[in-house]
Design a binder for this molecule. Sequence first.
Ligand SMILES: NC(=O)c1ccc[n+]([C@@H]2O[C@H](COP(=O)([O-])OP(=O)(O)OC[C@H]3O[C@@H](n4cnc5c(N)ncnc54)[C@H](OP(=O)(O)O)[C@@H]3O)[C@@H](O)[C@H]2O)c1
Length: 239
Amino acid sequence: MSERVVIVGGTSGIGLATAQRLVDGGREVVVTGRRQERLTAALTQLGERAAGELVDATDAAATAAFFGRVGPVDHVVITVTASGGVGAFRDIALDSLRQAVDGKLLAHVATAQAALPTLRGDGSLTFVTAASSGAALPGTAGLAAVNASIEAMVPVLAVELAPLRVNAVAPGVIDTPWWDWLGPDAREATFAEFATAVPVGRVGHADEIAGAIHALVDNGYLDGVVLRVDGGARLRPAS
Ligand SMILES: NC(=O)c1ccc[n+]([C@@H]2O[C@H](COP(=O)([O-])OP(=O)(O)OC[C@H]3O[C@@H](n4cnc5c(N)ncnc54)[C@H](OP(=O)(O)O)[C@@H]3O)[C@@H](O)[C@H]2O)c1
């Protein structure tokens, strides 16, 4: 029987690309999101090996009920994102930071907790964080704090929940619908600016992050790892 993977936040961008890779590799996937049109399009794209539901990951009770309905799963990937938390440290409103904490850190925690009763004991749990956690990029202290908090849990959980494998992928700037709020011109300009600061000279593609997540799911000896997939953005030339 093929393995089942739940991708919480699997109807767009990195989550959808991950679902596609896993389906192509012979696994069954269950994807979640909040918007019906994204879910419908994702299920059409993924085909008969995929199922999905609308579940808001910030609703812990709904998430627990969802995992109860899904039943036994082999691997869980959590990609859900949040608004808020961006801006200069001097000015950042605590309410904005709370939005990011609730929408990302607490949603990831509640989802992982909800998954544990039905997640295979020696399966895997993969969080999607962000390279901002270690990028020292002005204006991202809030995002860095939220994503670094999830990353800090990874080695602890890998030991506490063993033999379950617990890992994270920290993407750099990736061309996904997450950036749509900028509008096409500003999006292109932002990507061009980031590209000049990255050794590989471009922003990343969702499928490149999906490849890293796929490796963490597949490789039974990868555990407690935070994998930075950022085109080398973390590397600074000596001045
Ligand atoms: N793109 C980048 O440059 C980048 C860089 C660093 C880190 N990341 C991280 O990568 C992850 C995935 O981002 P992405 O670029 O793939 O974004 P995306 O294209 O906007 O996809 C986000 C996915 O999560 C779902 N989602 C968001 N909030 C949810 C919630 N509360 N409950 C259930 N589903 C939810 C969305 O579906 P609905 O909209 O229907 O809810 C969608 O399926 C995020 O954690 C993000 O912070 C992205």
